[in-house]
Ligand binder design. Sequence first.
Ligand code: ATP
Length: 251
Amino acid sequence: MTAILTTNNVHLYYGEKEALKGVSLAYDDNSITALIGPSGCGKSTYLRCLNRMNDLIPNIRITGSFNFQGTEIYAPDTNLVTLRRQIGMVFQQPNPFPFSVYENVTYGLRLNTSLKKAELDERVEQALRQAAIWDEVKDDLHKNAMSFSGGQQQRICIARLLAVQPDIILLDEPTSALDPISSVQIEETLLALKSDYTIIIVTHNLQQASRIADRTAFMLDGHLIEVDLTSQLFTQPAHQETSDYINGKFG
Ligand SMILES: Nc1ncnc2c1ncn2[C@@H]1O[C@H](COP(=O)(O)OP(=O)(O)OP(=O)(O)O)[C@@H](O)[C@H]1O
């Protein structure tokens, strides 16, 4: 399989502090990769590099390469709006805009395209169906997205991202603010989406990683310790630190 995204020898410094220490990882299309590791190991920092969400942090320095479909993400001529359409992100706290469901889902489309109303309607339904929230909101498309439950809001945010047809979906602990039923619904949604997208998810929840991820990467203190098929990493990790972490000895 060819990798859709490859990061090579990534180092990231917040001022003097080195938060990423040579992370190299490649991602296959149509797969879910989980990034796990104790608090502060650099998971979110690394994830945010992938669509340049760290760009505005003062005194940040990033080295290494980030090859996305043959182009360098950090090339000077990269268009950030296009990049973030292709590599979208879902955050820990659901963050719908304070507008209707319909306006949320069409937001990126109205910025990037000049689709007609009927085409917009079609894309809205398609994205909400893919995010497994259509049945719950189809009669309330013009209701404020903030009036739905946290889990519903998170699936509306996923639909908002899917509407612009990204290639890669980044998720930073997308279920940690949600109840268990909503979390399962998000996991099922991600499993269904994997046939069309590349998904990279940061999670503290090891059961979640083992339920949904094809591959899991374990990070510690800015290093990538190992990456493997999830079943392999959880049953026969190659490194003692990984074994100690997954067995709850720290973290
Ligand atoms: N904006 C920032 N400025 C300075 N240091 C930062 C910044 N963001 C993160 N760090 C530091 O970089 C290191 C990695 O943080 P990061 O948030 O990426 O870890 P994490 O593994 O995602 O942690 P958690 O699981 O708690 O979210 C930590 O030591 C953190 O304090």
